[in-house]
Design a protein around this ligand. Structure first.
Ligand SMILES: Nc1nc(=O)c2c([nH]1)NC[C@@H]1CN(c3ccc(C(=O)N[C@@H](CCC(=O)O)C(=O)O)cc3)CN21
Ligand SMILES: CC(C)C(=O)C(=O)O
Ligand SMILES: [Mg+2]
Length: 339
């Protein structure tokens, strides 16, 4: 059987073409071994019925462009490991981003600059095992793409080959023109990221809202146009006033995904543990919480610990038994052997 990782080593177009082939074949009732391989690889990690119910064909770049053309908002969420990737995929989000925010949220670092390419690749590979349909993007971390287009290309290739990502994201504006061009010319889809670019927090003076003056807003637009021209198929706009997010979106012909850029962008992204209530070191204004991860799970673990101490856990329900007969024999043997 072909594993998902082997399957995904091909180009995303292969993945999409395979999905089409599979659905065409199933409608006219002929099953080839190729289709069986496809079906098995999608379901190889877990066999729950809900997985089958939620199965959907892989999201492709043409489908994302269709959403954009139809003005249907694009949903994106971060994932940092297998389980968060699986949650996002089962929820049916269009795109999953392995963000370098995982350095802070999952690894406890002070900034996103503290994670290197190998660690990002490792996390991306884990996420990819849980993501069967959503379009999978990974951040190239600080220091892995700035030196030259060649350095960026090598890092992106590693992220795609070893991490199973379908696209890479890099932070910056016009200075990235040759880099984005190089990657896209060789078939690596690039996601841009402008506005608050956390990898440059030392230069920005912290996690500050960007584009609040006419001068800085026009620079943002010029950077957006430059990276679009260089070949980005989509771009993140982070922490800018809503009207600036909307105006930039209007002037572009590729989708914008906002995080703290108001409702006028082509889609939205949030850090998964933030929106689940699993991170409380800081709470940006743009964050909406949809769950109480920390509170709920601290309470659950506390209850477990209390039940251990009060002998409530484990009860017979969670305990294996041996027949009286076998246990009597066991006791005899123990006595005979003199233990
Ligand atoms: N957990 C997490 N979530 C994120 O969204 C995130 C990260 N980490 N790490 C990388 C960046 C940093 N981000 C942040 C972090 C804080 C603010 C924040 O608190 N901003 C202030 C505005 C400050 C100003 O006035 O300029 C706010 O009140 O929202 C914004 C974006 C977004 N990214
Ligand atoms: C917040 C998103 C856009 C990101 O870059 C990250 O999670 O690292
Ligand atoms: Mg990031």
């Amino acid at each position: 059987m072909l594993s998902r990782s082997a399957f995904l080593h091909g180009h995303s177009a292969v993945r999409a073409a395979t999905a089409r082939t599979a659905s065409q074949l199933s409608t006219n009732g002929t099953r080839t071994s190729f289709q069986n391989i496809f079906v098995q690889s999608r379901n190889s990690h877990y066999n729950s019925k809900s997985d089958d119910v939620n199965a959907r064909p892989p999201v492709t770049i043409p489908q994302l462009r269709k959403l954009y053309k139809n003005k249907t908002p694009i949903s994106m969420i971060t994932a940092h490991d297998y389980i968060s990737g699986m949650l996002a995929d089962r929820a049916g989000v269009d795109m999953v981003l392995v963000g370098d925010s995982l350095a802070m949220v999952s690894m406890g670092h002070e900034s996103t600059s503290e994670i290197d390419l190998n660690d990002m690749v490792y996390h991306t590979r884990a996420v990819s095992r849980g993501v069967k349909s959503s379009f999978l993007i990974a951040d190239l971390p600080f220091g892995s793409y700035e030196t030259s287009p060649e350095q960026a290309f090598d890092s992106a290739v590693k992220m795609i080959k070893k991490g199973n990502a379908q696209a890479v994201k890099i932070e910056g504006g016009k200075e990235l023109y040759p880099t984005i061009k190089k990657l896209t010319d060789f078939g690596i889809p690039v996601v841009g990221h402008i506005g608050l670019t956390p990898q440059r927090q030392n230069a920005l003076g912290g996690f500050r809202v960007q584009g609040k003056t006419a001068k800085s807003a026009v620079e943002l637009l010029e950077n957006a146009l430059a990276i679009q021209e260089a070949g980005c198929f989509i771009m993140i706009i982070e922490a800018v006033p809503d009207k600036v997010g909307s105006l930039i979106t209007e002037k572009l012909s590729v989708p914008t995904i906002g995080i703290g850029a108001g409702p006028g962008t082509s889609g939205q992204v949030l850090v998964q543990l933030d929106m689940l209530g699993g991170f409380d070191a800081f709470v940006p204004k743009f964050l909406k919480r949809y769950s109480n991860y920390l509170e709920t799970n601290v309470n659950a673990i506390k209850t477990y610990s209390d039940e251990v101490k009060s002998h409530q856990f484990p009860s017979t329900e969670h305990t294996y038994s041996i027949t009286d007969d076998e246990f009597a024999k066991f006791q005899d043997l123990v006595a005979k052997k003199g233990y």
